[in-house]
Design a protein around this ligand. Structure first.
Ligand SMILES: C[S@@+](CC[C@H](N)C(=O)[O-])C[C@H]1O[C@@H](n2cnc3c(N)ncnc32)[C@H](O)[C@@H]1O
Length: 321
Protein backbone atom coordinates (compact mmCIF):
# COMPACT_ATOMS: atom_id res chain seq x y z
CA UNK A 1 0.00 0.00 0.00
CA UNK A 2 1.54 3.40 -0.94
CA UNK A 3 2.40 5.71 1.97
CA UNK A 4 0.21 8.80 2.37
CA UNK A 5 1.89 11.86 0.80
CA UNK A 6 2.86 13.27 4.21
CA UNK A 7 5.08 10.17 4.77
CA UNK A 8 6.87 10.63 1.40
CA UNK A 9 10.69 10.92 1.19
CA UNK A 10 10.59 14.72 0.82
CA UNK A 11 8.42 15.09 3.94
CA UNK A 12 10.64 12.70 5.92
CA UNK A 13 13.75 14.57 4.72
CA UNK A 14 12.22 17.91 5.68
CA UNK A 15 11.19 16.60 9.12
CA UNK A 16 14.71 15.20 9.69
CA UNK A 17 16.25 18.53 8.66
CA UNK A 18 13.95 20.47 11.01
CA UNK A 19 14.74 18.02 13.84
CA UNK A 20 18.50 18.25 13.23
CA UNK A 21 18.32 22.06 13.11
CA UNK A 22 16.33 22.17 16.38
CA UNK A 23 18.84 19.84 18.06
CA UNK A 24 21.82 21.81 16.71
CA UNK A 25 20.49 25.17 17.92
CA UNK A 26 19.17 23.94 21.30
CA UNK A 27 22.00 21.60 22.31
CA UNK A 28 24.74 24.14 21.70
CA UNK A 29 27.81 24.75 23.85
CA UNK A 30 27.08 28.29 24.96
CA UNK A 31 29.68 29.91 27.20
CA UNK A 32 28.61 29.74 30.86
CA UNK A 33 31.93 29.97 32.71
CA UNK A 34 35.54 28.89 32.31
CA UNK A 35 34.36 25.42 33.44
CA UNK A 36 32.07 25.18 30.41
CA UNK A 37 35.07 25.96 28.17
CA UNK A 38 37.17 23.37 30.01
CA UNK A 39 34.53 20.67 29.64
CA UNK A 40 33.99 21.47 25.93
CA UNK A 41 37.75 21.07 25.30
CA UNK A 42 37.94 17.99 27.52
CA UNK A 43 35.24 16.37 25.37
CA UNK A 44 36.86 17.51 22.08
CA UNK A 45 40.18 16.05 23.31
CA UNK A 46 38.89 12.78 24.67
CA UNK A 47 36.84 11.81 21.59
CA UNK A 48 40.07 12.28 19.53
CA UNK A 49 38.09 13.53 16.51
CA UNK A 50 39.93 16.84 16.19
CA UNK A 51 43.32 15.25 16.70
CA UNK A 52 42.55 12.53 14.16
CA UNK A 53 41.48 15.03 11.54
CA UNK A 54 43.58 18.11 12.25
CA UNK A 55 46.62 16.73 14.03
CA UNK A 56 48.26 18.41 17.00
CA UNK A 57 47.14 21.96 16.22
CA UNK A 58 43.74 23.38 17.17
CA UNK A 59 44.23 26.52 15.08
CA UNK A 60 43.90 27.63 11.48
CA UNK A 61 46.55 27.09 8.82
CA UNK A 62 48.56 29.70 6.89
CA UNK A 63 48.32 29.24 3.12
CA UNK A 64 50.30 32.32 2.05
CA UNK A 65 48.91 35.58 0.66
CA UNK A 66 47.54 35.06 -1.91
CA UNK A 67 46.76 31.58 -0.61
CA UNK A 68 48.01 28.49 -2.42
CA UNK A 69 46.83 24.97 -2.09
CA UNK A 70 48.68 22.94 0.56
CA UNK A 71 48.20 20.09 2.99
CA UNK A 72 46.11 21.24 5.99
CA UNK A 73 48.56 19.98 8.61
CA UNK A 74 51.47 21.57 6.76
CA UNK A 75 49.50 24.85 6.67
CA UNK A 76 49.04 24.64 10.46
CA UNK A 77 52.76 24.14 11.07
CA UNK A 78 53.49 26.96 8.59
CA UNK A 79 51.15 29.19 10.60
CA UNK A 80 53.37 28.78 13.66
CA UNK A 81 56.52 29.72 11.71
CA UNK A 82 54.76 32.70 10.07
CA UNK A 83 53.64 34.03 13.46
CA UNK A 84 57.13 33.49 14.91
CA UNK A 85 58.62 35.57 12.06
CA UNK A 86 55.92 38.25 12.08
CA UNK A 87 56.17 38.82 15.83
CA UNK A 88 60.00 38.72 15.85
CA UNK A 89 60.29 35.64 18.10
CA UNK A 90 62.89 34.27 15.71
CA UNK A 91 65.23 36.99 17.06
CA UNK A 92 65.22 35.36 20.52
CA UNK A 93 68.11 33.06 21.43
CA UNK A 94 67.66 29.34 22.20
CA UNK A 95 66.73 28.90 25.84
CA UNK A 96 64.42 31.95 25.82
CA UNK A 97 61.44 31.42 28.11
CA UNK A 98 58.10 31.39 26.28
CA UNK A 99 54.59 31.14 27.77
CA UNK A 100 51.89 29.67 25.51
CA UNK A 101 48.49 30.79 26.88
CA UNK A 102 45.66 28.47 25.76
CA UNK A 103 48.09 25.86 24.43
CA UNK A 104 45.65 23.19 23.23
CA UNK A 105 47.43 19.83 23.03
CA UNK A 106 50.77 21.55 22.60
CA UNK A 107 51.29 21.54 18.82
CA UNK A 108 52.70 25.09 18.74
CA UNK A 109 54.64 24.69 21.99
CA UNK A 110 56.48 21.66 20.61
CA UNK A 111 57.43 23.53 17.41
CA UNK A 112 58.68 26.48 19.49
CA UNK A 113 60.78 24.11 21.62
CA UNK A 114 62.04 21.81 18.84
CA UNK A 115 62.69 24.27 16.00
CA UNK A 116 63.69 27.39 17.97
CA UNK A 117 65.13 25.84 21.13
CA UNK A 118 62.81 27.81 23.43
CA UNK A 119 61.97 26.74 26.96
CA UNK A 120 58.17 26.64 26.76
CA UNK A 121 55.42 26.48 29.35
CA UNK A 122 51.97 25.81 27.85
CA UNK A 123 48.84 26.44 29.90
CA UNK A 124 45.22 25.54 29.20
CA UNK A 125 41.97 25.51 31.15
CA UNK A 126 41.31 21.93 29.98
CA UNK A 127 42.85 19.14 32.11
CA UNK A 128 42.34 16.62 29.27
CA UNK A 129 44.34 18.83 26.90
CA UNK A 130 47.18 19.14 29.41
CA UNK A 131 47.28 15.36 29.88
CA UNK A 132 47.34 14.81 26.11
CA UNK A 133 49.91 17.58 25.52
CA UNK A 134 52.20 15.94 28.07
CA UNK A 135 51.71 12.48 26.51
CA UNK A 136 52.58 13.79 23.06
CA UNK A 137 55.77 15.55 24.19
CA UNK A 138 58.94 13.46 23.87
CA UNK A 139 61.14 13.21 26.93
CA UNK A 140 63.92 15.77 26.95
CA UNK A 141 61.99 18.38 24.96
CA UNK A 142 62.09 21.80 26.68
CA UNK A 143 58.35 22.00 26.93
CA UNK A 144 56.00 21.57 29.91
CA UNK A 145 52.30 21.98 30.45
CA UNK A 146 49.99 22.99 33.30
CA UNK A 147 46.28 23.57 33.89
CA UNK A 148 45.78 27.29 34.49
CA UNK A 149 43.19 29.97 33.87
CA UNK A 150 44.44 32.60 31.44
CA UNK A 151 42.54 35.25 33.41
CA UNK A 152 44.27 34.35 36.66
CA UNK A 153 47.75 33.04 35.84
CA UNK A 154 49.49 31.60 38.90
CA UNK A 155 52.88 32.85 37.71
CA UNK A 156 55.22 35.67 38.71
CA UNK A 157 55.18 38.98 36.84
CA UNK A 158 57.72 39.43 34.05
CA UNK A 159 58.95 35.84 34.05
CA UNK A 160 58.91 35.29 30.26
CA UNK A 161 60.91 36.54 27.28
CA UNK A 162 57.88 36.02 25.04
CA UNK A 163 54.17 35.37 25.43
CA UNK A 164 52.33 33.43 22.71
CA UNK A 165 48.55 32.99 22.58
CA UNK A 166 46.74 31.58 19.56
CA UNK A 167 42.95 31.55 19.21
CA UNK A 168 42.33 31.50 22.97
CA UNK A 169 40.94 35.07 23.06
CA UNK A 170 37.46 34.14 21.74
CA UNK A 171 36.86 32.19 24.99
CA UNK A 172 37.75 35.09 27.27
CA UNK A 173 34.77 36.86 28.86
CA UNK A 174 36.99 39.78 29.95
CA UNK A 175 39.26 40.92 27.11
CA UNK A 176 40.98 43.58 29.23
CA UNK A 177 41.88 41.04 31.88
CA UNK A 178 43.17 38.68 29.15
CA UNK A 179 45.36 41.48 27.74
CA UNK A 180 46.56 42.41 31.26
CA UNK A 181 47.55 38.84 32.11
CA UNK A 182 49.44 38.32 28.83
CA UNK A 183 51.42 41.53 29.36
CA UNK A 184 51.95 40.94 33.09
CA UNK A 185 53.88 37.79 32.18
CA UNK A 186 56.30 39.62 29.86
CA UNK A 187 59.67 40.93 31.01
CA UNK A 188 60.52 44.49 29.89
CA UNK A 189 61.64 44.24 26.26
CA UNK A 190 59.92 40.86 25.84
CA UNK A 191 57.92 39.89 22.74
CA UNK A 192 54.23 39.22 22.22
CA UNK A 193 52.57 36.99 19.59
CA UNK A 194 48.77 36.83 19.72
CA UNK A 195 46.30 35.50 17.15
CA UNK A 196 42.58 36.03 17.70
CA UNK A 197 39.23 35.60 15.99
CA UNK A 198 37.80 39.09 15.85
CA UNK A 199 34.47 40.60 14.91
CA UNK A 200 34.21 43.55 12.52
CA UNK A 201 34.54 46.69 14.60
CA UNK A 202 31.10 48.34 15.05
CA UNK A 203 32.70 51.60 13.83
CA UNK A 204 33.17 49.89 10.43
CA UNK A 205 29.50 48.91 10.18
CA UNK A 206 27.00 47.28 12.55
CA UNK A 207 25.85 43.71 11.92
CA UNK A 208 22.74 43.33 9.76
CA UNK A 209 19.95 40.89 10.67
CA UNK A 210 21.51 37.88 8.91
CA UNK A 211 24.94 38.63 10.40
CA UNK A 212 23.42 38.86 13.87
CA UNK A 213 21.92 35.38 13.49
CA UNK A 214 25.27 34.00 12.28
CA UNK A 215 27.11 35.78 15.12
CA UNK A 216 24.76 34.17 17.64
CA UNK A 217 25.66 30.72 16.26
CA UNK A 218 29.41 31.46 16.19
CA UNK A 219 29.26 32.46 19.84
CA UNK A 220 26.94 29.79 21.21
CA UNK A 221 28.14 26.72 19.29
CA UNK A 222 31.74 26.81 20.52
CA UNK A 223 31.68 28.34 24.02
CA UNK A 224 32.61 31.87 23.00
CA UNK A 225 31.34 34.63 25.33
CA UNK A 226 32.24 37.42 22.87
CA UNK A 227 34.70 38.30 20.13
CA UNK A 228 36.82 41.46 20.44
CA UNK A 229 37.36 43.57 17.35
CA UNK A 230 40.96 43.96 16.19
CA UNK A 231 40.92 47.59 17.29
CA UNK A 232 39.29 46.60 20.58
CA UNK A 233 41.96 44.08 21.57
CA UNK A 234 44.70 46.43 20.33
CA UNK A 235 43.23 49.08 22.64
CA UNK A 236 43.08 46.59 25.55
CA UNK A 237 46.77 45.74 25.03
CA UNK A 238 47.90 49.35 24.65
CA UNK A 239 45.98 50.74 27.63
CA UNK A 240 46.71 47.82 29.98
CA UNK A 241 48.24 48.66 33.35
CA UNK A 242 51.06 46.30 32.20
CA UNK A 243 51.36 47.90 28.73
CA UNK A 244 54.73 47.45 27.06
CA UNK A 245 54.08 50.05 24.35
CA UNK A 246 52.29 50.35 21.02
CA UNK A 247 50.81 47.25 19.44
CA UNK A 248 51.01 46.44 15.72
CA UNK A 249 48.18 44.47 14.17
CA UNK A 250 47.35 42.71 10.92
CA UNK A 251 44.39 40.89 9.46
CA UNK A 252 45.31 37.39 8.18
CA UNK A 253 41.87 36.52 6.77
CA UNK A 254 43.16 35.87 3.26
CA UNK A 255 46.03 33.60 4.32
CA UNK A 256 43.92 31.53 6.73
CA UNK A 257 40.54 31.32 4.92
CA UNK A 258 41.12 27.96 3.15
CA UNK A 259 41.37 26.36 6.62
CA UNK A 260 37.60 26.31 7.06
CA UNK A 261 36.90 24.18 4.00
CA UNK A 262 39.92 22.01 4.76
CA UNK A 263 38.61 21.45 8.30
CA UNK A 264 35.60 19.72 6.75
CA UNK A 265 37.36 18.09 3.81
CA UNK A 266 39.85 16.34 6.10
CA UNK A 267 36.92 14.16 7.23
CA UNK A 268 36.32 13.09 3.63
CA UNK A 269 40.04 12.64 2.92
CA UNK A 270 40.47 10.33 5.94
CA UNK A 271 37.13 8.47 6.15
CA UNK A 272 38.74 5.31 7.55
CA UNK A 273 40.31 7.25 10.43
CA UNK A 274 36.93 8.80 11.31
CA UNK A 275 35.06 5.50 10.97
CA UNK A 276 37.58 3.84 13.32
CA UNK A 277 36.52 6.31 16.04
CA UNK A 278 32.96 4.96 15.91
CA UNK A 279 29.46 6.28 15.19
CA UNK A 280 29.57 9.03 17.83
CA UNK A 281 32.58 10.60 16.08
CA UNK A 282 30.63 10.68 12.82
CA UNK A 283 27.70 12.38 14.54
CA UNK A 284 30.14 14.79 16.20
CA UNK A 285 31.77 15.58 12.84
CA UNK A 286 28.37 16.27 11.27
CA UNK A 287 27.45 18.45 14.23
CA UNK A 288 30.50 20.70 13.77
CA UNK A 289 30.05 21.10 10.01
CA UNK A 290 27.41 23.89 10.02
CA UNK A 291 29.52 25.99 12.40
CA UNK A 292 32.62 25.50 10.24
CA UNK A 293 30.63 26.63 7.17
CA UNK A 294 29.23 29.66 9.02
CA UNK A 295 32.74 30.56 10.21
CA UNK A 296 33.95 30.43 6.60
CA UNK A 297 31.06 32.60 5.48
CA UNK A 298 31.71 35.16 8.23
CA UNK A 299 35.48 35.35 7.64
CA UNK A 300 35.04 35.50 3.84
CA UNK A 301 32.79 38.57 4.08
CA UNK A 302 34.92 40.30 6.73
CA UNK A 303 32.27 40.08 9.42
CA UNK A 304 34.92 38.03 11.27
CA UNK A 305 38.61 38.91 11.00
CA UNK A 306 41.71 36.91 11.86
CA UNK A 307 43.66 39.43 13.94
CA UNK A 308 47.32 39.09 14.83
CA UNK A 309 48.99 41.32 17.43
CA UNK A 310 52.60 42.03 18.36
CA UNK A 311 54.53 44.69 20.19
CA UNK A 312 55.47 47.39 17.72
CA UNK A 313 59.09 48.30 17.34
CA UNK A 314 61.01 50.61 14.96
CA UNK A 315 60.33 48.65 11.80
CA UNK A 316 56.80 47.68 12.66
CA UNK A 317 53.86 49.28 10.90
CA UNK A 318 50.14 48.80 11.45
CA UNK A 319 48.81 46.61 8.67
CA UNK A 320 45.14 46.53 9.57
CA UNK A 321 43.01 46.10 6.49
C1 LIG B 1 41.11 27.12 19.67
S1 LIG B 1 42.04 26.39 20.96
C2 LIG B 1 43.69 26.84 20.48
C3 LIG B 1 44.69 25.91 21.08
C4 LIG B 1 46.14 26.18 20.77
N1 LIG B 1 46.51 27.57 21.00
C5 LIG B 1 46.47 25.79 19.36
O1 LIG B 1 46.72 26.71 18.62
O2 LIG B 1 46.49 24.59 19.03
C6 LIG B 1 41.72 27.47 22.36
C7 LIG B 1 42.52 27.14 23.59
O3 LIG B 1 42.29 28.12 24.61
C8 LIG B 1 42.15 27.43 25.84
N2 LIG B 1 41.41 28.28 26.79
C9 LIG B 1 40.16 28.77 26.66
N3 LIG B 1 39.83 29.48 27.76
C10 LIG B 1 40.89 29.45 28.59
C11 LIG B 1 41.18 30.01 29.86
N4 LIG B 1 40.29 30.75 30.54
N5 LIG B 1 42.38 29.75 30.40
C12 LIG B 1 43.31 28.99 29.76
N6 LIG B 1 43.09 28.43 28.55
C13 LIG B 1 41.90 28.67 27.97
C14 LIG B 1 41.41 26.16 25.48
O4 LIG B 1 41.50 25.22 26.51
C15 LIG B 1 42.19 25.80 24.21
O5 LIG B 1 43.38 25.15 24.57
Amino acid sequence: MPLPAFFGPAAIGAAAAVGAYALWTRRNRAYLSSESVASAYDAWTEDRLLETLWGEHVHLGHYGAPPRSKDFRRAKADFVHELVRWSGLDQLPPGAKVLDVGCGIGGSARILARDYGFDVLGVSISPAQIRRATELTPEGMTCRFAVMDALDLALDDGGFDAVWSVEAGPHMPDKQRYADELLRMLRPGGLLAVADWNRRDPVDGPLNGRERWVMHQLLTQWAHPEFASIRGLQHNLETSAYSKGPIAVANWNQATLPSWNDSILEGLRRPAAVLRLGPSAIVQGLRETPTLLLMRWAFARGMMQFGVFRLANDQVRSELG
